[in-house]
Design a protein around this ligand. Structure first.
Ligand SMILES: NC(=O)c1ccc[n+]([C@@H]2O[C@H](COP(=O)([O-])OP(=O)(O)OC[C@H]3O[C@@H](n4cnc5c(N)ncnc54)[C@H](OP(=O)(O)O)[C@@H]3O)[C@@H](O)[C@H]2O)c1
Length: 342
């Protein structure tokens, strides 16, 4: 694999981890493929329940609804202090209350907080990073869970920073937060990022000179491209930073208000309301998988950079991921787009 060989040469300290990773991957893939999602969730729920996460701080970006809210709640139930972000203050305060109620009563007082954050505005993201980093410089950040995102069914739109709207949500905000909070993640033992989007759902169809789809935008192309870009960036983060672990996760079809939040037309949202509860995974089950990936020893730094499917199984990898020059170009583009220096 073109990406692995130079990586192993350049980062010799990581080469054993890569070899181990590949070994584990095969065993893991065989074991996981034969299990149902409900049996995996049951297993993870039991293992998660044995954890005591007091003294750990978790940030869930997009923690006011759906997968993010369920994940925040699960972390709170295991004793972690949780910061959730979202745009709507009343929704945020409501979830904050559920976090307090989910918290185990014994022996400590976790610090749950809600922060208003519009992730499509670079200025807001940078302000948030500065303030959050100031508050957590001593303890560090144990887990960063990235859930704010969505699709745009309509024509291409740009943010006030001139960035394609869904690119801003699904890629740029996640890149900036991961990059800028990396020092905090490195400070916390076992710091991890779980980027919840579309691991393994991309393709080789990527034009590095048009990552924001100025030409031929539609939400299906954008979704596939965003999956590929996050796959590439997850591998770049893993390659560049060894003191935290980075995962891109695809949750499968989950029963949330996503279709309505993304303003899909009624002929999509109406049937979805009826069918989704029957066929889609409940957000609480997905939260169990995310919590496991973010905390269990199985997903420490040796597996950093993995692309994970709904059962935390290895997701399929497009061939383009084996081209280091593509990953580097995308990385450089993100640095420039986020207005960062390196
Ligand atoms: N549900 C699925 O089947 C599925 C499948 C594959 C991938 N995913 C991905 O997984 C992630 C979570 O999905 P979900 O179904 O849980 O979504 P959801 O129910 O629509 O929740 C999205 C969360 O992101 C926040 N958010 C959305 N736009 C934002 C913005 N511009 N600025 C700040 N916060 C924003 C929302 O907060 P407020 O609205 O309160 O501000 C909310 O907390 C998304 O990226 C989605 O694309 C979902």
């Amino acid at each position: 694999m073109a990406l692995v060989k130079p990586t192993a040469r350049l980062f010799s300290a990581n080469s054993r981890a890569f070899a181990l990773n590949r070994h584990q991957s095969v065993a893991h893939r065989v074991a996981m493929s034969s299990r149902s999602i409900s049996s995996v969730v049951r297993d993870f729920r039991e293992k998660n329940s044995q954890q005591d996460l007091k003294d750990k701080h978790v940030l869930v970006v997009g923690g006011t609804q759906g997968i993010g809210a369920a994940t925040a709640k699960r972390f709170a139930s295991l004793g972690a202090s949780v910061t959730i972000t979202g745009r709507d203050k009343s929704r945020g305060n409501y979830i904050l209350e559920t976090l307090r109620k989910s918290t185990p009563s014994e022996n400590h007082s976790p610090q749950h907080t809600f922060e208003t954050l519009e992730v499509t505005k670079l200025g807001n993201l940078k302000q948030f990073v500065q303030s959050f980093s100031g508050k957590h410089s001593q303890t560090g950040l144990h887990a960063l869970i990235l859930c704010a995102g969505g699709l745009n069914y309509g024509p291409r739109r740009e943010t006030e920073d001139g960035v394609e709207m869904t690119f801003a949500m699904n890629i740029l905000s996640r890149f900036l937060l991961t990059h800028e909070l990396q020092p905090l993640l490195a400070k916390a033992p076992g710091g991890r990022v779980v980027n919840v989007l579309g691991a393994g759902n991309g393709s080789n169809d990527i034009n590095v000179d048009d990552l924001e789809l100025k030409n031929g935008f539609n939400f299906i192309r954008a979704a596939s491209l965003h999956a590929t870009i996050n796959d590439l960036l997850t591998k770049q983060f893993a390659k560049r930073y060894s003191d935290a672990a980075f995962y891109h996760f695809f949750p499968g079809m989950v029963n949330t208000n996503g279709p309505e939040n993304n303003r899909f037309p009624w002929f999509v949202t109406l049937p979805a309301k009826i069918v989704m509860p029957l066929i889609a995974t409940p957000p609480e089950d997905v939260a169990e998988v995310i919590t496991y990936v973010a905390t269990s020893p199985e997903f420490g730094t040796p597996r950093s950079g993995a692309l994970l499917g709904p059962k935390a199984n290895d997701a399929k990898q497009a061939d383009v991921l084996n081209k280091p020059e593509v990953g580097k170009k995308v990385w450089d583009y993100m640095i420039q787009r986020a207005g960062l220096s390196s």
